[in-house]
Design a binder for this molecule. Structure first.
Ligand code: RHJ
Length: 130
């Protein structure tokens, strides 16, 4: 329906801005591109659903997100993948896990501050119907 489509277009504009802010934060540079599967040859043996911020930006443009919760589910996936693939006590793994948790918390905080909760509820209703 036309009115729903106007709401989803507003959601896309909002999510592009959130994605841009996350991807431009130097703390989160490790999460901006897909893990290089030619460099990390066992990655897909451990991580069944890779995700990254560039892929999420593409998904926004392809109308893959019908509410902010679906967008945050992919941010949570980026974080969970990093925690799962980098579990060791080494300082490098610890740093990746810290940055992953920081990405997750920043994304949720940005959306909680900038998103009208009634608007998100309306989007979740549209998502449920589709
Ligand atoms: O999990 C990740 C990314 C970090 C958050 C996503 N990677 C898996 C490899 C392990 C670690 C060492 C680097 O050689 C680099 O290849 C990766 C990339 O970091």
């Amino acid at each position: 329906k036309r009115k729903e489509d106007y709401k989803l277009r507003e959601l896309r504009i909002f999510l592009r801005d959130i994605c841009r802010k996350l991807a431009s934060n130097r703390r989160f540079y490790k999460f901006t591109k897909p893990v290089d599967l030619e460099e990390v040859t066992d990655y897909l043996e451990i991580i069944k659903q890779p995700m990254d911020l560039e892929t999420m930006m593409t998904k926004v443009d392809m109308h893959k997100y019908n509410c902010a919760k679906e967008f945050l589910d992919d941010v949570d996936l980026i974080c969970a993948n990093a925690l799962e693939y980098n579990p060791d006590k080494t300082s490098s793994d610890k740093q990746i896990r810290h940055e992953a948790c920081s990405l997750r918390d920043h994304a949720h905080a940005l959306i909680d501050v900038e998103m009208d909760s009634d608007f998100e509820l309306e989007c979740q209703e549209i998502a449920r119907r589709r």
